[in-house]
Design a protein around this ligand. Structure first.
Ligand code: ZN
Length: 280
């Protein structure tokens, strides 16, 4: 008995000993959790928001550029590069104004179920053809506007080529070429500590008034997330039109220091996330 009692402290010691691997595991889990919660936006900001517009629609130049200059906002324009020459001087002005010029393919292939894409359908594409779309748009933008896109938006938010057994994801092509690949009609903002930047979520804000945009931003502030808004035309609220008045109100809200929002381009925020996560 005496011997056992004397051993007792050793037993306790051994129990602690056997716990060492478990504790190491726990602490590495805690470490990950710590990393998760310790993601910090710059300058004490609580969330990030980017405003992006797709397709090189004419109203982005005709209405958007003046509006954004007045509001002091830098947006990200994902250009369907075959459309650039319809407003070449305007897109050059967008570059001069400091907006981000980004890639949205040359001809905007989407599923054949969208009638407009019947003759340019992802179901009929292969990865080689998609590569030509990505690199061709970059070359065209470089040639016409003198800048090289660093981010990409998937046309229609669709990320595949082919059909059935031959379907392939083209996300790796995007990951290989761009800092960020942005989706569309996604139902969540991005969690900066875990999101795949090659499949960043895009939140539609066409057809909304500010009272519909605000809760999306507020949720991101609460959760420390990154909202990438996606619009098409800029004008009077409607189908695929982001409302000018809503943009004015949104801008005021985003710029109010009390709300702690970083309003950055897709490239700026994407680069910050990448760099912040690469730190030990
Ligand atoms: Zn598009």
């Amino acid at each position: 008995m005496g011997t056992m009692r004397r051993l007792a402290p050793f037993a306790v010691c051994c129990v602690i000993g056997t716990n060492v691997p478990a504790r190491a595991e726990q602490s590495s889990q805690a470490g990950q959790e710590h990393a998760h919660h310790s993601f910090r936006w710059p300058e004490g900001k609580r969330a990030a928001v980017s405003l992006s517009f797709d397709d090189a629609r004419l109203s982005q130049v005709d209405t958007g550029l003046d509006l954004f200059r007045r509001l002091g906002i830098k947006a990200t324009f994902f250009l369907e590069s075959n459309n650039i020459e319809r407003r070449l001087a305007g897109w050059k002005q967008a570059v001069a104004d400091g907006h981000e010029i980004a890639n949205h393919t040359m001809t905007h292939p989407c599923t054949a179920n969208y009638a407009f894409s019947l003759d340019n359908a992802l179901e009929s594409y292969d990865l080689q053809m998609m590569m030509a779309q990505l690199d061709g748009a970059n070359a065209q933008i470089q040639k016409l506007l003198g800048v090289t896109p660093k981010t990409f938006a998937y046309p229609c938010g669709q990320k595949f080529v082919g059909r059935g057994l031959d379907v392939r994801s083209y996300v790796p092509l995007v990951a290989d070429r761009f800092v960020v690949g942005r989706g569309y009609l996604d139902e969540s903002a991005n969690d900066p500590s875990v999101c795949d930047l090659a499949q960043a979520m895009g939140t539609a804000f066409d057809g909304m008034d500010f009272s519909q945009m605000k809760p999306i931003v507020d949720e991101a502030i609460k959760e420390g997330r990154w909202v990438i808004f996606v619009g098409h035309e800029i004008g009077k609220r409607g189908y695929q039109v982001t409302d000018v008045k809503a943009l004015e109100e949104l801008s005021a809200y985003l710029k109010d220091p009390a709300n702690g929002v970083w309003l950055g381009t897709v490239e700026e925020v994407g680069r910050y996330i990448r760099q912040a996560r690469s730190k030990p």
